[in-house]
Design a protein around this ligand. Structure first.
Ligand code: GAL
Length: 706
């Protein structure tokens, strides 16, 4: 895997199949156009059947076969699934949840990452693998562990974890009085006399102190990063020139992925669009009844509408997030090729969906997409999970689609592989804010739903989006025209100063600046350090049932200044803007604002400010629905001088190099809104179809090798 290249891959588990099939498997992968194979991440019991036994021969034979077939390998370290003998050695290695329930053997992720014996054994097995296979000619990359935090395991409440948590708190606060003050422990007599008295936040009759919850989150986030770093170091020493990555999980905010990825060469993530839709709905799970397509159908039918293709912005958001985590480099280590097994319901994808998802990842800059998995395994927990091959070894529908992508890839011109230029719009994503929202939900929408809603509005406006963390070393705003911070609870003074001096426009969502780093309200009221820049003070807030809509009307009568009612797409398929001249509504959350130095652009029915502006900065005082967000985003883009060309509803567009890529998430064929020379696909673009255009005339052909 390299920047500027793109390969197709597959996840292959030779230890689960007779060796007699391996050679044929590899040959068939090659025939299909697959060039990268991901393996090893669950094979601990086969590599090390007992503490003092090691059998790397079978893996060497598998890697040799891959090499003979000109296949490159991503080798995973197996720490997510420790073998039974390790539990015999350390009966206390089991993960404990908040209620005290102790995990059991017979699955994966049952070990507590704070257990020193388990952590050491993980480093040892990683080192052994790296020594033996680090320089194997087939191995191009190493994956550390598998999906930290998967199955809700980012934290453990074990005795070991408690001990380390106390040590972490002692280092952070030094003095127990400082901790008591920071947490506000004079409330309900919660003061501690010694760090030794502190427990991880467990079930309590009246909830935990948000500051306690937040510090536990921070502790665990740092812990996972250290756990990962130890394996990274062990592997790097013996794997010269190989890319080191971790495969993050979609819809997961349990730890700071930016921080963990700082130790890696590239980020990866695992993409299951239909599983995500079934689990989270169309918008990230806020249940506000909006499809997230800007139509304002007023009915939560996204699950049905996108049943076989996934929600339009779920995969794209994660591609952009992990491109940011990998500092420009990312890949998809697992791509759903058929039905999965783990959601409440598991539909078959639309014919063509696996191809569609692959090209979308490519358009967002992925270096590889690997399908999970090669052949459906007719045993154990994932026996209902589709692969490229059926259990009877015949091709499942995903196989033909992978082969089609491989053929299409061979025909792409070199310019298709150029990296995208920095986007004029940056979206600030902050893991700490996700934890703060969970520590203090107060009836608000889930953090990820908030981020996704803003992201989707930008994408509906036809924008490419770069996601950035708020940290100073990563978020240089000078090249941006518009910075969007959907949920940034505790911006630092430095963040605000950098933003102000960058001279770009900025759009903030409700609750930005509403907490201190200790998870307390700022005494001078929200938005804290943003108060001067935004020219407003949040006097009080309320949260409301998601179904309760608070209409918002623009003061100047038009949300985006172009007379279309603010975000209406004019395609007549269910858009209700003709009946209701209000540009949208808020739900879940509302703030009462003193706009002492800000202009009210749009107001709630009682006249209170809903959308406010001071200079280049905009603020939204409620959780906006898609229609209101579309109007606000259009307004902010116009103010920032960013030219927009709004694609048809349910079409998403992404620029990569010279090319424009169109993805039709709609149920009907649709024409692109921009003309150009067709490089891939056809017009009209069928449902689940892809189109690549060169809008500005031809340049060179031929492509870099993979
Ligand atoms: C992923 C995981 C894989 C497999 C897959 C099934 O989350 O990394 O090992 O379990 O889900 O969809």
């Amino acid at each position: 895997m390299q920047p500027g290249h793109f390969t197709l891959g597959v996840c292959w588990y030779p230890e689960q199949w007779p060796e007699s099939r391996w050679r044929r498997d590899a040959a068939r992968m090659r025939e299909m156009g697959i060039t990268t194979v991901r393996l090893g991440e669950f094979a601990w019991s086969r590599l090390q059947p007992a503490r003092r036994q090691w059998d790397g021969d079978w893996l060497r034979r598998a890697l040799d076969i891959l090499h003979e077939n000109d296949l490159r390998a991503i080798l995973g370290t197996p720490s997510a699934a420790p073998p039974r003998w390790l539990l015999d050695e350390f009966p206390d290695l089991l993960r404990v949840d908040a209620d005290g329930a102790v995990s059991a053997f017979g699955s994966r992720r049952f070990a507590c990452l704070a257990h020193p014996g388990y952590a050491r054994a993980c480093v040892t097995v990683a080192r052994k693998m790296a020594r033996e296979f680090g320089a194997h000619p087939a191995v191009c990359a190493w994956q550390i562990d598998n999906e930290y935090g998967c199955h809700d395991t980012a934290q453990s409440w074990s005795a070991r974890a408690a001990r380390l948590f106390r040590r972490w708190l002692r280092l952070k606060y030094r003095d127990i009085g400082a901790l008591n003050r920071a947490w506000g422990n004079a409330f309900w007599s919660m003061e501690y006399a010694d760090f030794a008295q502190i427990e991880p936040p467990r079930a309590t009759p009246a909830g935990n102190n948000p500051a306690h919850l937040l510090d536990f989150h921070r502790f665990w986030s740092a812990r996972i990063t250290v756990f990962n770093r130890r394996q990274v170091n062990a592997v790097r020493r013996h794997a010269p020139g190989r890319t080191v990555l971790h495969d993050f999980m979609g819809f997961s905010t349990g730890f700071d992925h930016f921080a963990l990825a700082a130790d890696l060469d590239s980020a990866a993530w695992n993409s299951y669009p239909l599983g995500f839709l079934a689990r989270h709905g169309g918008d990230g799970g806020d249940g506000d009844g909006d499809d997230g397509d800007g139509h304002g159908d007023g009915e939560n039918n996204a699950r049905q509408k996108y049943l076989r293709l996934g929600a339009p912005d779920h995969a794209a958001f994660h591609h952009d997030l992990y491109r940011a985590c990998g500092r420009g480099r990312f890949c998809v280590t697992e791509q759903q090729p058929g039905a999965v097994n783990w959601a409440a319901y598991n539909p078959q994808p639309l014919p063509g969906a696996a191809r569609f998802w692959t090209w979308e990842a490519f358009a967002h800059g992925a270096e590889m997409v690997a399908y999970f998995r090669w052949r459906q395994l007719p045993r154990a927990q994932e026996q209902m999970h589709a692969g490229l091959l059926r259990p009877d070894d015949r091709p499942a529908p995903g196989a033909a689609e992978a082969a089609q992508v491989a053929r299409e890839l061979a025909g792409l011109p070199a310019e298709a592989f150029a990296p995208a230029a920095a986007a004029p719009v940056a979206l600030v994503f902050d893991y700490e804010s996700c934890w703060m929202r969970d520590a203090l939900p107060h009836g608000d929408a889930p953090a990820l739903a908030v981020y996704l809603a803003f992201y989707a509005a930008l994408r509906r406006a036809g924008m490419d989006v770069d996601i950035v963390p708020p940290a100073a070393d990563r978020a240089d705003f000078t090249a941006r025209r518009l910075v969007v911070a959907p949920l940034l609870f505790a911006p630092t003074d430095d963040f605000v100063a950098r933003l102000r001096s960058a001279g770009c426009a900025a759009l903030f969502g409700a609750r930005c600046g509403s907490l201190t780093a200790e998870c307390a309200l700022p005494e001078d009221l929200p938005p804290g350090p943003l108060r001067a820049a935004l020219g407003l003070t949040v006097l009080r807030v309320e949260s409301l049932p998601p179904s309760f809509k608070m209409p918002v009307a623009w003061r100047d009568g038009d949300g985006d200044g172009d007379g279309d009612g603010g975000g209406g797409d004019g395609d007549g398929d269910g858009d209700s803007s003709g009946e209701n001249h209000a540009p949208g509504a808020a739900s879940h959350w509302r703030e009462v604002i003193d706009a002492h130095d800000a202009q009210i652009l749009a107001a709630f029915e009682d006249g209170g400010g809903a959308v406010l502006q001071r200079g280049d900065f905009f603020y939204l005082a409620g959780r906006a629905d898609a229609r209101l967000l579309d109007a606000v985003v259009a307004r902010a883009l116009r103010h920032a001088g960013v030219a927009t060309a709004r694609p048809p509803a349910e079409m998403r567009v992404r620029r990569r190099g010279e090319l424009l890529w169109f993805f039709n998430y709609g149920a009907r064929p649709a024409e692109p809104h921009i003309n150009g020379e067709i490089i891939l696909g056809e017009t009209p673009i069928p449902p689940g179809g892809v189109l690549a255009l060169r809008p500005n005339g031809p340049s060179g052909t031929g492509r870099p090798g993979t």
